[in-house]
Ligand binder design. Sequence first.
Ligand SMILES: *Cc1c(COP(=O)(O)O)cnc(C)c1O
Length: 231
Amino acid sequence: MSIADNLLKYKSELDEVKVKLVAVSKNHPVDAVIAAYTVGQRIFGENLVQEMVEKAAQLPKDIEWHLIGHLQTNKVKYIAPFIQLIESVDSLKLLKEINKQAVKNNRIIDCLLQIYIADEDTKFGLGYDEVIEILRTEEFAACKNVRILGLMGIATNAASEKQTQVEFNELKVLFDGIKLSFFRKDDYFKEISMGMSSDYQLAIAEGSTMVRIGSSIFGKRVIKHWKEAES
Ligand SMILES: *Cc1c(COP(=O)(O)O)cnc(C)c1O
């Protein structure tokens, strides 16, 4: 099946009013993004700043770019002018830098707080206590140019269905608690980004509002560096 066919399958399956589809185009060339764009896809996810910046420069301006990978503070400035959503905020230090760059660009930058839900050492993210601590700080309250739309999480890779479901449920429960305690009156705090190619159906059943799908739209990421695919 082509990229367009794969995408149309997702678009007919998902209720996009309830669940947004982020097409994860990392490691795939600009042409792949265009193939998806042509059949109506507008939200694309990338995990590397440089790759996103170079692609964005070559692609239509109405694409909404989501950063889904770990972000170093010294790279925030490169994406601050155009980023639609930073899904992977995992420290107060990073949040403060995003706020600083948002001020410089005279805009509000939307973010998700990435929560560590997996049973692995390799994944970035905030612990349950850590996220609450951050939300309680005056430093957070002072970040007026950052808007937190919700939470993001990555389940344990290749875990059992039961374990994956438990992890997604924990994220949903945390989201509900944080919503009540910190964002009760804020309509914008409504996103739970969870679910990838292998587990998006479980994620939606547990309350996901945003799924990040890569390989089952674009195929396997066989290219080590995305630029090789273009030459
Ligand atoms: C790569 C990636 C995805 C997409 O994964 P697939 O299994 O290819 O669908 C989703 N979320 C994050 C954070 C990723 O890095």
